[in-house]
Design a protein around this ligand. Structure first.
Ligand SMILES: [Zn+2]
Length: 235
């Protein structure tokens, strides 16, 4: 049994002028340090193609495999994370809620988390060109437990169709907004499978045993400004 360590980030770099620091912002210097820890620790950062292959053939997962993921598609991923990832030659994956493309993270407007710009279609294309694969985070960034089965299916279907049309590629992955697979996770899994998703990501749960018990609940390691990857990651 091997493991895949999937890192979960949100915002990279400084807050926008009207925003403020929170635990969801990882400063650029910290991000560079964490990427350095991956490189120096001999971790193998895998792409979505390698993930797809490993889902079909679990033994093909490289040793010390790591994935880098970002939720919400913040513009800061393009401006602050992408240049660093390029320098290290690391691929990554970003999950964007399609109703917010080109807008702001107003789904956070009633929380203590400041609203930040979300990538436009042009910026999502730039992420793809930079080796950061764009995938689904639903359409309206709703808590699935507040939705019925039909609404959940619409979130998964509409976001997939929009992203496939906008990016001219196949969408195979989903990350649950708020780490919430809904009140009936089995039904959500069935909808994901039926719509052609290959796997889905939780935000928490730690290192993911490989092969995964359920590909629609790949667990992740949330990364915060004080996360020391040399301690967090265990082969
Ligand atoms: Zn989110």
């Amino acid at each position: 049994m091997s493991t895949l360590q999937i890192l979960g980030y949100h915002k990279i770099g400084p807050p926008s002028p009207d925003a403020w620091e929170t635990w969801y912002y990882v400063p650029t210097a910290t991000f560079v340090r964490q990427m350095t820890q991956l490189r120096d620790g001999g971790w193998k950062v895998i792409s979505e193609q390698t993930l797809l292959r490993a889902l079909a053939a679990p033994e093909s997962l490289p040793r010390r495999a790591v994935m880098i993921t970002f939720d919400d598609g913040y513009r800061s991923v393009l401006h602050h994370a992408a240049p660093v990832l390029r320098r290290f030659n690391f691929p990554a994956m970003v999950f964007v809620p399609t109703h917010y493309i080109g807008g702001g993270s107003t789904f956070d407007a009633n929380t203590r988390e400041p609203v930040e710009p979300i990538c436009s279609w042009q910026e999502l294309h730039e992420l793809e060109i930079a080796g950061i694969c764009v995938e689904s985070h639903g359409a309206s960034h709703k808590t699935f437990s507040d939705l019925n089965a039909t609404q959940i299916e619409s979130e998964l279907r509409d976001s997939k169709i929009d992203l496939e049309r906008g990016l001219n590629k196949t969408i195979g992955f989903h990350a649950y907004p708020y780490d919430d697979p809904g009140r009936h996770p089995d039904q959500t899994d069935a909808a994901l499978k039926q719509l052609g998703y290959q796997a889905a990501f939780r935000f928490t749960g730690g290192a993911c045993a490989w092969p995964p018990a359920n590909p629609f609940h790949l667990t992740r390691i949330p990364v915060w400004p004080d996360t020391d990857l040399s301690k967090e990651l265990t082969a």
